[in-house]
Design a protein around this ligand. Structure first.
Ligand code: FAD
Length: 455
């Protein structure tokens, strides 16, 4: 049982909330899966996190570690009235070392602040997501977030140098480090990256920073036949330009952004598919490959941003899609990956499944340069989220079956959370699952950390 008075022995009054509104707000994330916290606590130090966990461990109180709650798999949802442990008051950047090119911060540091701090030192923070203004370092690590720069720099896991983690029983495991090279056997920090708060609470991390890229160019291309995707992607990668972003969206997604955000289309006409490409280049005159995309009839229209402001506008067409969909209706999101060469066929199959019914729309966008597609089932707001999940089930199962045949993944970057826990069984061997459960039993023997998620 969660006991307010016992928590008050080591937390101040303003560090505990149990009013209905806070329990609702902190009990849910972006997925629309219903949740309600039993109580919400806001530690300010690692020591306080340790005391909370020790208390929960000895009283068998389940905990949901909570970051910016922008997760899209329900990992931060308190679906069983758990104690929500919010990291939002642990948001300090502790060190930025321009020589080692590292940044160390508390887990609740907001991604946009990390990006800005690095930029002020002429360096690049390697991860960027559309949710940068809200999501947190700890949440990014716990979900192994990918994002729009994955095509250039890889995902979160590639950049974590060190971690401090509080284990389920309250022990503090200090794995923090600025080392880029360290080959001393088991790399224990990997246990906590991408495991969605089921094995420990991340309290601090050191991330590597990168050399800032040269100025870049951003182009938006339109194409009419999804079969052009393979030659188009091939031509772009053969251009020998250093890709900083390669994103895909459909006209249906663009229309939602234009409607919801009162924006003008960058094109005079509507086309079924768009590709956004950002590449490192200070000289637009050295891009003969751009014309060749038209000569080879791979694209039918294209615009190149003429200023940094316009570059941001082009990116906004892509980055505002999740928000525009969310405002326009009930959304059931599915984040998948398949080998890049199979994408165009895969998209055709999804479109044909979409046309076979009229209960919801299927809208597609994604980090196409990584083979990562976001499939969004969208219905009017009058359909509840659980209803939409049920309606979409037959088509979702067909799509997952195809993902299996293509040796793809049912979660490219959003994680498993509550949303795909049942599906995971189909995609992992019994041995894989047993070893995961053994690890969980070792690190969290009473099963208090994010119960019901992932495993
Ligand atoms: P939360 O949602 O709060 O939590 C996510 C999971 O991490 C939960 O399981 C939670 O228990 C756990 N967790 C949180 N903090 C900790 C901690 N300190 N210790 C241990 N466990 C913890 N994701 C991508 O990968 N790529 C994208 O491009 C992308 N774009 C997005 C765009 C929008 C508009 C939105 C709303 C979301 C997007 N996301 C994207 C999803 C989401 O932003 C990421 O998954 C992000 O990493 C979640 O961070 P968070 O702080 O919000 O975590």
């Amino acid at each position: 049982m969660i006991n307010y008075d016992e928590l008050r022995q080591f937390l101040k009054e303003d560090q505990i909330r149990h009013d209905a509104e806070s329990c609702l707000v902190y009990g849910e994330d972006w997925t629309s899966i219903p949740g309600q916290a039993g109580i919400v606590v806001f530690p300010k130090t690692t020591d306080e996190v340790s005391r909370i966990l020790k208390h929960c461990h000895s009283h068998n109180i389940p905990i949901v570690p909570s970051g910016g709650r922008t997760g899209l798999a329900g990992g931060a949802v308190a679906s069983q009235g758990e104690l929500v442990l919010s990291l939002e008051k642990m948001n300090q950047i502790l060190d930025l070392d321009p020589v080692s090119r590292t940044i160390t911060a508390q887990a609740g540091a907001v991604l946009a602040n990390l990006e800005q701090a690095a930029a002020e030192q002429g360096l690049k923070y390697p991860i960027h997501l559309g949710s940068a203004g809200s999501c947190q370092l700890g949440g990014n690590i716990a979900t192994n977030a990918g994002g729009v720069r994955f095509v250039a720099y890889g995902g979160t896991r590639q950049h974590v140098l060190g971690l401090e983690v509080v284990l389920a029983d309250g022990q503090i495991l200090d794995l923090d480090s600025k080392l880029r090279k360290d080959n001393t056997g088991f790399d224990l920090k990997q246990c906590f990256i991408g495991t969605e708060g089921t094995l420990g609470v991340i309290t601090r991390a050191t991330m590597q920073l990168l050399t800032a890229p040269k100025p870049s160019q951003v182009a938006l291309f339109a194409f009419e036949d999804v079969k052009q995707l393979n030659p188009l992607i091939t031509a772009i990668f053969r251009s020998r330009e250093r890709a900083l972003g390669l994103e895909f969206f459909t006209q249906s997604c663009l229309t939602k952004v234009l409607q919801q955000h009162q924006k003008q289309s960058p094109f005079n006409e509507e086309y079924p598919y768009y590709l956004l490409f950002e590449w490192e280049s200070s000289n637009l005159n050295e891009t003969p490959w751009l014309n060749s995309l038209f000569d080879m009839k791979l694209v039918v229209d294209g615009v190149i941003a003429q200023s940094q402001k316009q570059q941001q506008q082009f990116w906004a067409y892509r980055e505002l899609i999740p928000e525009a969909l969310q405002t326009s209706g009930t959304v059931y999101k599915n984040d998948l990956s398949v080998p890049i060469q199979d994408l165009s066929n895969f998209i055709e199959q999804i479109e044909s499944l979409s046309k076979s019914q009229n209960q919801f729309d299927i809208l597609l966008f994604g980090h196409i340069g990584d083979g990562n597609l976001h499939i969004n089932y969208v219905s009017p707001k009058t359909t509840s989220f659980p209803e939409l999940v049920q309606l979409a089930l037959p088509i979702k199962n067909k799509i997952f079956q195809r993902v299996r045949e293509l040796k793809g993944s049912i979660s490219a970057e959003h994680g498993i959370g509550l949303l795909k826990r049942q599906d995971l069984k189909m995609f992992q061997s019994p041995l894989h699952q047993k070893l995961s459960l053994d690890l969980k039993a070792m690190l969290d023997p009473t099963g208090i950390l994010n119960p019901g998620k992932l495993l």
